[in-house]
Design a binder for this molecule. Structure first.
Ligand code: SIN
Ligand code: MN
Length: 236
């Protein structure tokens, strides 16, 4: 009979880490039941406003498909819905976003977070929009900064389904230095403070690593980013 070492039988728990000042990865933040709830919610949102491949400013079509909730006003580049009504951001998702920032910045050593006035940042985080992205096995997202918001509040990212490589770079260039982290289903990633405008992207999704398991018919990865656009404070 085979004998197994501990290292062969058990996965090592992944710990929350500060990737760069203001950028925190919290593995396995969402319990599995909550992940299923979120997938079910995504299914409802997509029913009322189908996901679309957004067209980038240069004219190229993104391989990722997306749908927006909450605020959707120009020049919110990702938000184009083709005229479909934008679903409201449910209160429970606002609360989840607020808890995400509090947890991410609270689960690592306070001295390591690197965000000035972190308590104010946590208290002030009330997301008004969500971007839901779907990646099939071939989809990816190039390095970019999130700078369509009128607010410098943190970005909250929740991953569901297939594992991906998330590339987190610097605020100056879309090239190195960057760090690659594996985002798995249930992982939370928050970037704010000095990392708020860091370039980031998703170079690769690993088919068959979690999407089917979560009820995505064709597998794949869902990513929900919760944002404060600050749009409501700006007259257009
Ligand atoms: C994004 O930058 O909008 C999405 C990032 C991700 O899918 O993890
Ligand atoms: Mn982004």
């Amino acid at each position: 009979m085979a004998e197994y070492e501990v290292t062969e039988l058990f996965t090592v728990p992944r710990e929350p880490i500060v990737l760069a000042p203001g950028a925190v990865h919290v593995p396995d933040w969402l319990p599995v039941a909550r992940q299923h709830d979120l997938v079910a919610a995504c299914r409802d949102w997509v029913r009322s406003a189908p996901m679309r491949h957004q067209v980038m400013p240069g004219g190229g079509r993104m391989s990722v498909q997306s749908v927006m909730l909450g605020v959707n006003r120009t020049p919110y580049r990702y938000g184009a819905t083709g005229g479909a009504e934008v679903a409201a951001l449910p209160d429970w998702l606002v609360d989840l976003g607020a808890r995400a920032v509090a947890d991410a910045y609270g689960m690592v050593d306070a001295g390591d977070v690197g965000v000035p006035e972190v308590e104010d940042v946590v208290r002030g985080f009330v997301p008004d929009s969500a971007l839901v992205n779907y990646y099939d096995g071939a989809a990816h997202m190039g390095m970019h900064q999130d700078k369509d918001e009128f607010s410098a509040a943190p970005i909250v990212s929740l991953s569901l389904g297939d594992t991906c490589t998330f590339r987190f770079g610097n605020t100056e260039t879309r090239t190195a230095p960057y760090r690659d982290v594996e985002l798995r289903s249930g992982d939370l990633f928050v970037f704010g403070g000095p990392s708020r405008y860091a370039f980031h992207g998703v170079p690769k999704v690993f088919p068959g690593t979690g999407g089917l398991h979560l009820g995505l018919k064709n597998g794949g990865r869902l990513n929900i980013t919760l944002r404060m656009t600050g749009g409501h404070r700006r007259a257009h």
